[in-house]
Design a protein around this ligand. Structure first.
Ligand SMILES: *[C@@H]1O[C@H](CO)[C@@H](O)[C@H](O)[C@H]1NC(C)=O
Ligand SMILES: *[C@@H]1O[C@H](CO)[C@@H](O)[C@H](O)[C@H]1NC(C)=O
Ligand SMILES: *[C@@H]1O[C@H](CO)[C@@H](O)[C@H](O)[C@H]1NC(C)=O
Ligand SMILES: *[C@@H]1O[C@H](CO)[C@@H](O)[C@H](O)[C@H]1NC(C)=O
Ligand SMILES: *[C@@H]1O[C@H](CO)[C@@H](O)[C@H](O)[C@H]1NC(C)=O
Ligand SMILES: *[C@@H]1O[C@H](CO)[C@@H](O)[C@H](O)[C@H]1NC(C)=O
Length: 242
């Protein structure tokens, strides 16, 4: 049933194993996928009996496909050319899944006797986290200290943020895209800050290094401007005085 093309199929079977063994009554399962993949939504209930009717719903009031022993009817949804029903197993193959396909899918199956059951499958689709560079929102000398406001915010995506520094995960560095720190003059060595952004399907990170008192060490296109500004700032008052 699971051909090699459907990479998520075996992952799904692993997911389903506990349900098959323990027979959880509400048959609610969850699948996580990266956008662009092919996904198979498959009932974990192996003993379907001789059902004569099956319907897949995207939401409780939007049907994707219906089957009744003679034919398969694909409804005019945005799935129309991206789904295929295997009537024998009731598996629903969805090609090229998109973020917007995330939903709680419902499979309703009934037999001649009129008995009916339903299965929920939660599908969550994520875009891979894009590559990013830490943005230096503000870098300035405050007395002997160096104030840093660093951001690695990713727009329009549900992601987790973790900031690391020399000593490991930054205190309060969890869940926040913005990191504010004061590098005190007691820092004798350069310090790095890494922002790691992840979601269930992928992860990216970027690192900046600061050398005391307030110099960005990493050189990469955009960042050089800030580096230049940071070194320029102390010069400005000197220019004004002359
Ligand atoms: C999805 O399935 C289609 C058709 O079988 C195939 O051409 C494509 O390579 C598959 N995509 C992935 C990501 O497996
Ligand atoms: C299913 O149908 C077949 C043939 O129609 C019959 O032999 C079999 O006993 C049925 N199975 C169940 C579980 O009703
Ligand atoms: C740090 O930068 C972020 C993003 O620009 C901004 O929202 C925040 O107010 C800044 N923090 C301070 C204390 O200025
Ligand atoms: C985020 O979403 C808004 C509104 O939907 C859009 O205008 C903006 O271009 C998006 N930004 C990115 C980086 O995709
Ligand atoms: C950094 O120092 C400034 C001024 O000394 C202070 O207002 C700010 O709260 C400090 N921020 C952090 C994150 O320690
Ligand atoms: C950052 O990403 C690189 C690959 O891009 C990886 O090797 C490294 O382990 C990542 N570091 C962290 C702290 O996630």
């Amino acid at each position: 049933m699971c051909s090699r093309k459907w990479e998520w199929c075996s992952a799904l079977e692993l997911l389903l194993l506990p349900f098959l063994v323990t027979g959880i009554p509400d048959h609610s399962e969850k699948i996580t996928s990266v956008s662009g993949n092919n996904v198979t939504l498959q009932s974990s209930k192996k003993l379907l009996g001789n059902y004569t009717h099956s319907t897949w719903f995207y939401t409780t009031n939007q049907k994707i496909v219906e089957w009744d022993s003679s034919d398969v009817n694909y409804f005019n949804t945005r799935f129309k050319h991206r789904v295929r029903l295997d009537p024998r197993s009731t598996a629903l193959h969805i090609y090229n899944v998109q973020k917007e396909d995330s939903s709680t899918y419902l499979l309703r199956v009934s037999n001649e006797g009129g008995s009916e059951y339903e299965i929920n499958i939660i599908l969550e689709v994520f875009d891979p986290v894009p590559e990013f560079l830490i943005e230096l929102k503000e870098v300035k000398k405050v007395g002997d200290n160096c104030y840093l406001n660093l951001s690695c915010e990713i727009q329009n995506q549900s992601v987790d943020y973790v900031w690391y520094t020399d000593s490991g995960i930054f205190p309060n560095g969890h869940k926040r895209s913005v990191l504010e720190v004061n590098l005190t003059s007691s820092h004798k060595q350069s310090t790095f800050y890494t922002c790691q952004v992840s979601n269930p399907v992928s992860s990216q990170n970027d690192t900046v290094y600061f050398r005391p008192p307030c110099t960005l060490v990493r050189s990469s296109g955009v960042m050089n401007i800030i580096n230049w500004l940071v070194t320029l700032i102390p010069i400005i008052p000197v220019l004004l005085l002359t």
